[in-house]
Design a protein around this ligand. Structure first.
Ligand code: ASP
Length: 329
């Protein structure tokens, strides 16, 4: 009896991998996006506002997913999704970016390729409509990883990127947030209670991971402050050997804890699953230093983890197993 059981078991184990290999199933694709985390409660948002947020999140999610579905790369998918969120006036990136103390929008963005560990980033740019495109140009056409301020814009001009006037980024809502922050002598969106950075992570058919993050930073920021979003390892990271991560929240804490890389390291060296690694990083490491915010993460099996310690986070996830969801609270 025992012997029969053992034989049966070994027969099952022997056919299991073969069955999976010959099933003809196309490889898993999946994508997750976020539009920032913070004090976002049902009572603080009108039904019209909520519908508008959901609509733009859905457009970004589906645009990224369609790239993957048509066989495109994860890099193209995250770029497409983030570009849509940058063009929306609702999120703190591109067009809807927050103002710094001087009343100017200064934008940060980064992108990373999990296959090669190549990365590109820009910080403090003032005339770039889609900073994520420029970050990608830095990765693909420069020998550097991070370009800042005027130099980054000079590089953009040399590569034919059209600069937009500063008033392209002016939205009344952000201006009022700045005035509110200035009058209360508050420095950050944390104190106003809202982070609206955008980001995307994706897995493509080739099994490659990518991550992209873009932001206006923090309302009322000063002295050329740069947050975590353009810092590789802090607000953005991708490695095919572990996972891809995009973050949003109180940037200084994400820099100090190198949070995106922390998640990758927990997966890679500790062997934690994506969900456990993300939870530990956000509710353990980040929380321990007083940080607030959230992450989206994805691994090579197409698993998606979304963790935040703030009240809400604009987010979306879609994969080839039929999952498609947008959530806020
Ligand atoms: N993490 C961003 C920063 O600190 C802010 C945000 O997520 O909205 O620049």
């Amino acid at each position: 009896m025992q012997r029969l059981k053992a034989l049966l078991l070994s027969a099952i184990l022997a056919v299991a991998p073969a069955a999976a290999d010959t099933s003809g199933v196309t490889p898993m694709i999946s994508i997750a996006i976020h539009g920032g985390a913070g004090v976002i409660t049902r009572s603080s948002m009108s039904p019209e506002d909520e519908a508008a947020y959901r609509a733009d999140l859905a457009r970004a999610l589906d645009a990224g997913y369609e790239v993957l579905q048509s066989g495109g790369s994860s890099l193209d998918a995250v770029t497409a999704a983030v570009r849509i969120l940058e063009d929306s006036p609702l999120f703190n990136a591109g067009r809807g970016a927050v103002f710094n103390h001087e009343g100017v929008n200064e934008l940060d963005a980064s992108i990373m390729d999990g296959r090669t560990l190549r990365a590109g980033a820009v910080a403090g740019v003032r005339h770039i409509r889609n900073p994520i495109d420029l970050a990608r140009l830095v990765m693909e056409r420069s020998p550097h990883v991070l370009l800042s301020g005027e130099g980054a814009e000079e590089f953009a001009l040399e590569h034919g990127v059209e600069l937009v006037p500063r008033n392209y980024f002016h939205t009344e809502r952000r201006w009022q947030q700045l005035e509110q922050a200035r009058s209360g002598d508050k420095y950050s969106a944390a104190e106003i209670g809202y982070f609206g950075t955008v980001g995307a992570v994706a897995l493509d058919r080739e099994g490659n991971l990518a991550a992209a993050t873009s932001t206006g930073g923090m309302t009322n920021k000063r002295w050329g402050r740069v947050g975590d979003s353009p810092i590789i390892g802090a607000g953005n990271y991708a490695d095919n050997n572990s996972c891809a991560v995009s973050a949003t929240g109180s940037g200084e804490h994400f820099i100090r804890t190198v949070l995106a890389h922390e998640i990758s390291a927990l997966v890679k060296y500790r062997g934690l699953g994506l969900e456990d690694a993300s939870r530990q990083a956000v509710h353990g490491t980040l929380q321990a230093v007083g940080g607030e915010g959230g992450v989206i993460a994805i691994d090579r099996a197409g698993n998606i983890a979304i963790q935040f310690n703030s009240e809400g986070m604009f987010r979306g996830a879609r994969d080839s197993k039929g999952r498609r969801e947008i959530a806020i609270y």
